[in-house]
Write a protein that binds this ligand. Structure first.
Ligand code: PLP
Length: 234
């Protein structure tokens, strides 16, 4: 295992990409995506000064996150959230849920928080910028209306936007996805909505984080470049 070297190399690449937009490494928040990776590998990464971890499945997070208590600073939920999993996710105290794309889920989450007397939950709205039908996320045409509606829910705070870039080798097409999200981000910054603060632009994974940073990402979600290929359980 060479997680330490991977992280050092990743930090260098983030720094170079950030410099292209006159930013520094510490203006980019790195979420280490730990899905499919076992606890010892995650602990090794956390020992190398990573503080933020992301999982995309509630069940897997339930198995792993409690065992990592005290070892990380923030747990981010980055996967699709089914409303029937809300009650399993919330005890894990996600610092940020990246993937709200439906009002019905937001409303159920808000109701759950009120009922359980939990603190206000920070969320991102996931936008489908690639047009791929298989991808979750709200159609960019409908983002504004969705945020407007969610902003009326008392116990959710919208902190920004998230997207997954098109899966392709065509850099132009990937860049386009990130440009769409950045454009919405800048537009929504100026809106007078309550409970909305456009702070985080979550975009960029192992294959495209440099492009995402160049297009303005300040939060990237990286798994493979840290941990190597994923270990799916058979
Ligand atoms: C798996 C995943 C990532 C990380 O992917 P890598 O290619 O391993 O860096 C980022 N975001 C989401 C939503 C994911 O599910």
């Amino acid at each position: 295992m060479k997680i330490k070297e991977n992280i050092a190399e990743l930090n260098r690449r983030i720094e170079i990409a950030a410099e292209k937009t006159n930013r520094s490494r510490n203006e980019i928040k790195l979420i280490a995506v730990t899905k499919t990776h076992p606890l010892p590998k995650i602990e090794e990464a956390l020992d190398c000064d990573l503080q933020f971890i992301g999982e995309n499945k509630v069940q897997e997070a339930e198995e792993k996150i409690p065992k990592l208590q005290g070892k990380y600073e923030e747990f981010h939920f980055i996967g699709h959230l089914q409303s029937n999993k809300i009650k399993k996710l919330m005890p894990l105290k996600p610092s940020l849920i990246h993937s709200i794309d439906k009002f019905s889920t937001a409303k159920k989450l808000n109701n759950y928080i009120i009922k359980q007397q939990l603190p206000v939950q920070e969320i991102l709205v996931q936008v489908n910028t690639s047009g791929e039908e298989s991808k979750f996320g709200i159609n960019p045409r409908d983002t504004e209306a969705l945020i407007e509606k969610i902003s009326q829910l008392s116990h959710l705070q919208i902190k920004g936007l998230m997207t997954i870039g098109l899966f392709t080798d065509d850099e132009k097409k990937i860049r386009k996805c990130f440009q769409i999200l950045k454009e919405q981000f800048e537009k929504f910054k100026k809106m007078p909505w309550k409970n909305v603060q456009m702070k985080y632009l979550s975009m960029g994974m192992t294959n495209d984080f440099e492009i995402a940073i160049e297009e303005g990402a300040n939060m990237i979600r990286v798994g493979t470049a840290i941990f190597g290929a994923r270990e799916y359980r058979g």
